[in-house]
Design a protein around this ligand. Sequence first.
Ligand code: IMP
Ligand code: MG
Length: 178
Amino acid sequence: MREDIKEVILTQKQIIEKTKEIGKQISIDYKGKELVLVGILKGSVMFLADLMKEIDIPCTMDFMAVSSYGSATESTGVVKILKDLDSSIKGENVLIVEDIIDTGVTLSYLKNYLKSRNPSSIEIVSLLNKPSRRKADVMPKYVGFDVPDYFLVGYGLDYDEKYRNLPFIGSLKEEIYK
Ligand code: IMP
Ligand code: MG
């Protein structure tokens, strides 16, 4: 598995430290409130699990699964809901948890979709952000790291469902996906 990695972009230590920082900031910003973390399956699972442990206000988790009708490395912009939330978010403070914002198409669609259910607030936290690729207008409230336009795997991010279990984030050798 590791022999398919071209370069380590973020070490496990960097990810853990940044996650702690974001968790602290969220705890400050939402002090006195309750939070619903909405993880986007499956890529956000590792980040959500680690982030939630760093948040010290009452919070619950829920999940959505979406597909974006595309090839493995390019999304097309059409978003299909495969799994919706289990619970109502009306009047709740919702924080969508994502692994990476690339074109932004998925999240801009999802944020509007969930907004129509009248949450008290709705914001986005993403571990990674590829600003150079943005097509849709999404403003995450919290971003871990801006990353260059490489295809990245590890810590939840996959190529063809694999590499999610790498404890760091790395770029994939081009011969693997070309
Ligand atoms: P967007 O709608 O283009 O922002 O797509 C976001 C989704 O595409 C993410 O949630 C990932 O599932 C996937 N994605 C985007 N870039 C990468 C990458 O570099 N590696 C793995 N998955 C990615
Ligand atoms: Mg994803």
